[in-house]
Design a protein around this ligand. Structure first.
Ligand SMILES: [Zn+2]
Length: 107
C-alpha cells in the first residue's frame, strides 16, 4: 500500500511530497478537482481547476468525489522522475479529514 511520504523536516516551505511510484521529490500539480457536497446530498458541485476552470452539478452516485458522504477534493500530479500521474485524495468522513494516494485503493 502506498503511504504518503515527505522529504526532510518541516521548514518555511513545509515538507516536500514524494512520488508514491518512484519516491522522487519533483511532483507537479496538473489539476485540482473540488467537490462541494452537503451531507448525503444527491447532487454535487464539481469544480476543476487546471489550464481552465469549469464547474458543473453532477449526480453523487456517478461522481469521482473521494468522500462517500461529504466534501472532497483531489490533486492530479505528474512526476519528473517517472511516468506516474498520481492522484492525492483529501476527503472528509465522520468529522475527520483523510489523505490517501488513490492508487492505494487498487492494491
Ligand atoms: Zn515518480
Amino acid at each position: 500500500m502506498s503511504t504518503i511520504k515527505f522529504d526532510g523536516m518541516c521548514d518555511d516551505l513545509g515538507q516536500g511530497l514524494l512520488c508514491p511510484s518512484c519516491g522522487g521529490g519533483y511532483l507537479h500539480h496538473e489539476a485540482i478537482d473540488i467537490f462541494e457536497r452537503p451531507e448525503d446530498a444527491d447532487v454535487i458541485l464539481h469544480t476543476t481547476a487546471g489550464d481552465t476552470v469549469t464547474s458543473k452539478l453532477e449526480p453523487a452516485d456517478r461522481s469521482e468525489n473521494p468522500s462517500p458522504r461529504r466534501h472532497g477534493l483531489f490533486i492530479t500530479f505528474s512526476c519528473e522522475g517517472c511516468d506516474a500521474t498520481p492522484i492525492l485524495d483529501i476527503h472528509q468522513h465522520k468529522g475527520g479529514t483523510f489523505l490517501r494516494w488513490r492508487e492505494c485503493l487498487t492494491q
